[in-house]
Design a binder for this molecule. Structure first.
Ligand code: ARG
Length: 659
């Protein structure tokens, strides 16, 4: 049940004749923050009064007199300048709870039209090891897919693997120059990864050598800038001081960033130069950057040897990422990587050119777009196709194959411009049947606020991060102090299972809990804590519900029977708060879809767990005053457990019956 939607319909009726746009005014319904003001509040009177030249209180009172909600609300009241406060009748709450109890969907309705939605997520560039940056797309995309599916959409999840790009040029080059076929055959995954790292290090070294002198010049200029801004700030009069100080601070920040970058460049140089063997390789392979591009181009042109190597390596690269997906419990309906679209690219460019939508500029084939300075290049001078070309082919294929109402791309914010252009191009090309959405996200930072790196400067591998989280979870949840209190005792297998579910869940939940567009600092200690805004806390709350049911020796069917016998009666405010919270589950899920923001479900679950904890503090369940009161309370415990477990499951996070 989506209560705000129900209220909105009634407000639309009440607004008829007062405005031409009843829908938008009716949508101004919010849950109240303080129960003194009821459960929901409508704030339409204030903006509406301006439009119709009436006093806001008059508008609010008029709306209240027209509003027909007596079937589920108490008499609405007007407060302050013109807020309309709405309180749900207990009888309505009781009916809804009964409904939920008999419904495996916890009362959440399915969407009326189950359209197809394609979700493009995770999509790593394979052949290089997955790192912490890959977690966000994978976890956010999976949570969105699960939410949409649960809401009743036909979801089509597609892992748009980067399986055709320069990274293959890198391992092909590595294999040809540094590889030992026997070692690769015997243990391909770590060996390919080693080759990738080795060649990449040589490339990075070349880039760093090139960049260093330019950076030095930039730093010198930035230092100058700081000196002169300081002088200006010192001389500025009171009026100008604030502005001058701001400019100074900005110049100082720029200098700090440049210095940081310079340190990282120097790190790359000294890592190679301090190792004789590496340095020898670097000198011998001084054109490695160009050579790698050539290997990639040869692959794209169908060079037999490179194609054979690609076919040999790709399955191993996939095995590697599949291991991680398995551990994260993430599945895809399709894995149509970039290579899948390669045969279509010539046709795409040909069609664009012949229809006049693309034209040649400086030898490159371009789509010119209104509102963008630079065109979208779909074929380079040398004949190579680009990331964008593949993405156009991909949209075409998806529209034809899946007839989706939406295509959702869960990809890093740094690709925003690519997607803005891609969507503008799609519009120009007449591919307008689906809503195209870039669900962008920020960066995972280390505890120091900088992008997470290992000491050698490479990004932290995803797998070791998962291992650390599981270990940490074990220390928090299965430490000797806590273990004492479990009867029967927890054996090793149960502890391991709990650690895995709590540890992996903690990483996902923390990632999902931050609004996706913000960067966040990765702190395992905070993520796994039992008290805090963590999945561990929600999982623990769930386990508490199960413990109560177990101690009461009641299965769900027994609770249902008790409710049938005694009915439901809300006798304590904490019961009512919990009931209301449980009824807001659908609202949270619909909001996740509307903003493509799983953090809204995270917030809902944390809030529910907190309200449940208050309920536990104020209401005895096992020692309830009467059997009738116990029936209602057990029902709340049972439903709360179901909502928490289902909500976590929709985020891709598991639960355990005790912890
Ligand atoms: N492989 C790309 C990367 O790692 C992301 C692909 C996202 N999906 C897409 N259709 N462009 O940057």
């Amino acid at each position: 049940m989506h209560i705000p939607h129900l209220l909105q319909q009634r407000f639309v009726d009440a607004l008829q004749g007062l405005t031409d746009d009843p829908d938008s005014f009716a949508s101004m319904i919010r849950a109240t923050t303080d129960p003194i003001h009821g459960d929901y509040q409508c704030n339409a009177a204030m903006p509406l009064c301006k439009q119709i030249g009436q006093d806001a209180r008059w508008v609010a009172e008029t709306l209240v007199s027209r509003l027909k909600v007596a079937d589920f609300c108490e008499e609405p009241t007007v407060a302050g300048p013109g807020f309309i406060n709405l309180k749900l009748q207990d009888a309505f709450l009781v009916d809804q709870l009964k409904n939920m109890l008999g419904d495996s969907r916890c009362g959440v309705a399915e969407v009326p039209s189950a359209t197809n939605i394609v979700i493009d997520f995770s999509s790593p560039n394979v052949a290089k090891p997955m790192h912490v940056g890959h977690i966000r797309s994978t976890v956010i995309g999976d949570a969105l897919a699960r939410t949409l599916k649960f809401l009743g959409y036909q979801t089509i999840t597609d892992n748009h693997l980067g399986d055709w790009g320069t990274q293959f040029g890198i391992i092909i080059y590595g294999y040809k120059h540094f590889g030992d076929p026997d070692v690769v055959d015997a243990d391909p995954v770590p060996e390919l990864s080693k080759l990738y790292r080795h060649v990449n290090q040589l490339i990075e070294y070349r880039k760093a050598l090139d960049a260093a002198p330019k950076m030095e010049a930039q730093i010198a200029a930035a230092e100058q800038e700081v000196v002169s801004s300081k002088a200006i700030a010192e001389q500025a009069d009171a009026k100008e001081k604030k502005k001058a100080n701001k400019l100074l601070a900005a110049a100082q920040r720029r200098l700090v960033t440049l210095n940081d970058d310079f340190i990282s460049i120097q790190g790359k140089i000294s890592a190679v130069e301090s190792n004789a063997a590496l340095l020898a390789d670097a000198e011998k392979h001084s054109t490695v950057d160009v050579a790698v591009l050539q290997e990639t181009a040869k692959l794209h042109h169908g060079d037999e040897q490179n194609l054979a190597l690609w076919m040999k390596f790709l399955p191993h690269c996939k095995d590697e990422i599949n291991r991680i997906y398995h551990r994260l419990d993430v599945q895809f309906d399709h894995t149509l990587g970039e290579s899948f679209y390669h045969p279509m690219l010539a046709g795409v460019v040909e069609k664009l050119t012949s229809s006049g939508l693309a034209s040649t500029s400086d030898g490159a084939v371009c789509v010119f777009l209104d509102g963008f300075e630079a065109p979208m290049i779909v074929q380079k001078q040398d004949g190579a196709y680009l990331y964008a070309t593949t993405d156009i082919a991909t949209i075409e294929y998806r529209l034809k194959t899946f007839q989706p109402s939406e295509i959702v791309y869960v990809v890093d914010t740094r690709q925003s411009e690519h997607f803005e252009k891609l969507f503008a191009a799609a519009k120009k090309l007449g591919m307008t049947d689906a809503k195209l959405v870039h669900v962008n996200f920020g960066t995972v930072l280390g505890e120091d606020g900088k992008p997470m790196k290992t000491r050698s400067g490479s990004l932290i591998g995803l797998e070791s991060l998962l291992d650390d989280a599981v270990e940490r979870a074990r220390q928090v949840v299965c430490n000797p102090d806590r273990l004492q209190s479990f009867d029967p005792p927890m054996d090793e297998a149960e502890q391991q299972a709990i650690a895995e579910i709590v540890g992996i869940g903690a990483i996902k939940f923390a990632d999902l809990g931050h609004h996706r567009t913000s960067d966040y600092r990765f702190s395992l200690d905070k993520m796994v804590a039992l008290d805090g805004n963590t999945s561990t806390y929600v999982q623990y709350s769930y386990a508490r519900t199960q413990k109560i049911l177990e101690r009461a020796e009641k299965a769900e069917s027994d609770v249902t029977a008790m409710v049938q016998q005694y009915g439901i009666e809300l006798t304590h405010p904490a019961e009512r708060s919990l009931a209301l919270m449980l009824l807001k589950f659908e609202e949270a899920l619909v909001a996740v879809h509307k903003d493509y923001a799983p953090n809204l479900l995270v917030e809902y679950l944390l809030e529910t767990a907190k309200v449940y904890s208050k309920f536990n503090e104020s209401c005895h369940v096992l020692r309830a005053e009467s059997e009738a009161i116990q029936a209602t309370r057990l029902m709340l415990v049972c439903l709360c457990g179901r909502v928490l477990a289902l909500g976590l499951n929709i985020l891709g996070v598991g639960v355990v019956p005790r912890m």
